[in-house]
Write a protein that binds this ligand. Sequence first.
Ligand code: ADP
Ligand code: UDP
Length: 236
Amino acid sequence: MEKTTQMYEGKAKKVFATDDPNLCIVSYKDDATAFNGLKKGTILGKRAVNNRVTNFLMKMLESKGIPTHFVEELSDRETVVKKVTIIPLEVIVRNIAAGSLSKRLGLEEGVVMKRPVIEYSYKNDDLGDPMVNEYHILAMEYCTKEELDLIASYALKINEILTEYLKGVNIELVDFKLEFGKTADGQIVLADEISPDTCRFWDTSTHEKLDKDRFRRDLGGVEGAYQEVYKRLLGD
Ligand code: ADP
Ligand code: UDP
C-alpha cells in the first residue's frame, strides 16, 4: 500500500490517496481545535490515542454487525480505510445533557435523557456546522430517505454497543459525533473517527471528564485524560 497524493488536510487528520482507488490512508495529527477553529493547540500523543482507539472501537462495532471504513492499522498514527464519499452530516447521539444541548434547552450538565437523542449538523465549516433536521436533509438532498433511515438506525445501534462496552471500563458515554460515507459500490459505512476528540467520556464513578472538554474548557490534564482512555480500552 503506497501513499500517493494528499487529498485533504483537516483540523485533526490528513487524508492521502493510495495506489488502490478504493482505499485511502488517514494520518492523525496532535493538533487540536475547538469552537469552529477559534481555539488552537496541541495535545501531545493524541494522534496515537485517536488512531488506535478509533480502530479498536471500529473493529468491535464490525464484529457486532456495523459496517465501517476500517481496513488496516499501519502505525501509531496511520490507518488504511475504504475511500468513501462522506455524507455531509455530523450525526450526534446524546445520552446525557452536556455542551450545546445543555445551553440550548437550559439543562444542567449531567441530566440523563429519558431516551437517546439524535441531532444532525450540516458539515460546513464556513457556516459553523448548522443544526439541521430530517426535512432540511431531504430537501437539500444531503442523502436519501433510505440512507438517512439506515444512518439513524446504525447510530442508535452504535450507541447501544458503545454504551454497554464502555460501561465495562468504567466510562459513561455522554454524547458523541459520527460521520457516515458511501463506498464506490454504494454501501453506507461508518467513517471518520470515534475518539476522545469526538465523544464525551466521563468516569462512571467520579464523573471526571476524559475527553476534549478538558482542552475546550482549559481544565488541565488533557494528555493524561487521552492516555487514560487508551489504557482502559487497549491496556498499557
Ligand atoms: P475536519 O475536516 O473537520 O477538519 P479532520 O481533520 O478529521 O476533520 O479531517 C478528516 C476528513 O476526512 C474529514 O473531512 C472526514 O469527513 C474525512 N474522512 C473521514 N473518513 C474518510 C474516508 N473513509 N474517506 C474519505 N474521507 C474521509
Ligand atoms: N462533536 C464533534 N465535532 C463537532 C461538534 C461536536 O466531534 O464538530 C462532538 C462533541 O465532542 C460532543 C458531541 O459531538 O461529544 C456533541 O457536541 P456539542 O453539540 O455539545 O458541541 P460542543 O459542545 O462540542 O460545541
